[in-house]
Design a protein around this ligand. Structure first.
Ligand SMILES: N[C@@H](CCC(=O)N[C@@H](CS)C(=O)NCC(=O)O)C(=O)O
Length: 254
């Protein structure tokens, strides 16, 4: 049955990912071409499977932008459920049923639903590419990939969260200058090893990877908050490389 549908799809020259795959990343993996169909047939590890289109629950100016960016980099088809970054949408019963804390991003993939931007990035790369944007576990780059990927939510985003709360979300009378100053110093210290590591490199691993989708986005946000000092020249150049990517620009403008 599946075989028949693949043959039909090939005949119609649509809906089969393996048609027209193009070289994608510096890790030798391939990118699947975007297809117009809602039911896609994918060859994964020699197994032919059916995929539904991904749905991303999204709010602007949030970590959900990372996922749009990744989907655009990979040329994957997706639906966007665009919400306002406001309690009215994010804390609604409908969205709390998707995410217990009423946060974004949330991804739906058929019967699969998951939240946590890092988990979503890993999931999309693992299930929807043939190894793009991630070095294999045997690669000498793999440990650095894991380290910088997780450094994002582990070390860089916590002070960013505090800075956003203290400068944008709290009403002025509830802001605390000491808490803000402490978070700014913490962020500056967390970004220092990233700056040092980037010396002589365009991206964290040399070539663009999922670690850049995570940490690159966090560096971009740090810069928007005015927290990347001029003396962090490698980091500033890195942010320029990120911002110049067409998929990033598209993601920031959805
Ligand atoms: N560690 C989580 C953080 C999720 C998170 O805090 N998302 C923010 C947007 S960047 C959010 O939804 N905030 C809404 C709120 O706190 O009400 C992830 O990486 O997905």
């Amino acid at each position: 049955m599946l075989h028949e549908r693949i043959v039909q799809a090939i005949a119609a020259d649509k809906g089969v990912h393996a048609q027209g795959a193009v070289q994608h990343s510096s890790f030798g993996a391939k990118k699947w071409c975007n297809t117009p169909t809602h039911l896609l047939l994918t060859c994964k590890g020699g197994m032919l499977t059916e995929d539904t289109v991904l749905t991303l629950h999204f709010a602007p100016n949030s970590r959900a932008g990372r996922i749009v960016w990744l989907l655009e980099e990979l040329g994957l088809e997706y639906n966007l459920n665009r919400m306002d970054f406001s309690p009215k949408d994010l804390k609604s019963d409908e969205h709390r049923a998707r995410h217990p804390l009423g946060r974004v991003p949330v991804l739906d993939d058929g019967d699969v639903r998951l939240w946590e931007s890092g988990a979503i990035v890993e999931y999309i790369i693992a299930r929807h590419t043939d190894g793009a944007l991630r070095p294999s576990p045997e690669s000498p780059l793999f440990p650095a990939y894991l380290q910088w990927f997780h450094y994002c939510e582990g070390m860089v985003m916590p002070p960013i969260n505090t800075i956003v709360v203290q400068t944008l979300l709290l009403p002025p009378e509830r802001r605390n200058a000491e808490v803000l100053g402490q978070a700014q110093r913490l962020l500056s210290r967390a970004l220092a090893p990233v700056n040092d590591h980037l010396e002589g490199k365009e991206y964290l691993l040399g070539g663009f990877s999922g670690a850049d989708v995570m940490l690159g986005h966090a560096c971009f946000m740090s810069n928007r908050l005015g927290c990347v000092a001029d003396d962090k020249g490698h980091l500033r150049k890195y942010i320029d490389h990120i911002v110049a990517r067409p998929a990033f620009q598209k993601a920031m403008n959805v």
